[in-house]
Design a protein around this ligand. Structure first.
Ligand SMILES: O=C(O)CCC(=O)C(=O)O
Length: 270
């Protein structure tokens, strides 16, 4: 199996992202068909006025579950998170328009990463992921982490905030640290993209609390488990090793999801 080299790891640690050109190019035809299949089987027709988001996503089809065992994905996961990383769920999306500046949480103790596959060509001004390099290492109070207020703080539009656009063709893979500030601008009303979330294994009480908070925050998607049944049913032992810690720490999720079902009009879309 290929491994990430030290330069790639150092780049990721320093800047908070990596892009792999053509890493899953051979698989893309099948991946796109499976992506469409998930939305079809769930009877979801994308409404172009708002984002469609399905969580968990790869768990819906055996082939997509298998991406977790794919040498290219395990290479990224092991290289950035160590051998005993956790799978933390996935989302499948038809995005509509812009995604404003945000980070996917803020984790001090352990690294959480997102692997993203854009299924349509995206350029800087047509929906490519933009990242502010190094912003994953900044304290929450740092002004750069307030890029949503770009107009008021710096007199510039959000899309003019200095950033790197990770332009992507189907088959390319982008990876970023959850802490990094990211966005996208100018995308179409049916931009197809799905992600796989992974994190380092939690060891200390504080890290386990962080993991449980992460899991429990998924109640907003109205799910009782971070994993769909197929993910577990089709898991070879080497995949199970990356599911076990979450299985052991998601006991509060069903009650929280039940509460969310009472309080929210529908499952969250982001
Ligand atoms: O592609 C996009 O519009 C943004 C993606 C994003 O924010 C995410 O996956 O966390």
């Amino acid at each position: 199996m290929e491994t990430l080299n030290e330069t790639q790891k150092r780049f990721f640690e320093t800047f908070g992202y990596l892009a792999f050109k053509g890493l899953l190019a051979e698989e893309m035809g099948r991946i796109i068909a499976e992506f469409e299949g998930v939305f079809e089987q769930r009877g979801i027709t994308h409404d172009p006025t708002q984002r469609s988001c399905l969580v968990p996503f790869i768990d819906q089809r055996e082939y997509l579950c298998g991406l977790l065992d794919h040498p290219s994905i395990t290479m990224i996961a092991q290289g950035l998170l160590g051998d005993n990383y956790n799978y933390l769920g996935s989302d499948g999306n038809y995005y509509t328009g812009n995604t404003g500046w945000h980070s996917d949480g803020y984790h001090r103790q352990v690294s959480y990463i997102k692997i993203a596959l854009y299924l349509d060509p995206v350029k800087a001004d047509t929906g490519a992921l933009r990242v502010i390099p190094g912003s994953h290492r900044l304290e929450p109070e740092d002004p750069i982490r307030r890029a949503t207020r770009s107009k008021e703080l710096w007199g510039i539009e959000a899309q003019d905030v200095p950033a790197v656009a990770l332009e992507s063709q189907p088959g390319d893979v982008v990876v970023f640290n959850h802490n990094i500030m990211h966005s996208s601008y100018g995308g179409s009303s049916h931009r197809r993209m799905f992600t796989i979330n992974l994190g380092q294994h939690s060891e200390t009480a504080e890290e386990l609390l962080d993991l449980e908070n992460y899991i429990n925050s998924s109640a907003r998607f109205w799910i009782d488990s971070l994993y769909g049944p197929l993910m577990l049913k089709t898991a070879p032992p080497q995949r199970m090793a990356h599911l076990q810690q979450v299985l052991d720490h998601q006991t509060a999720l069903p009650a929280l999801a039940a509460k969310a079902r009472l309080e929210m009009a529908g499952p969250a879309r982001s």
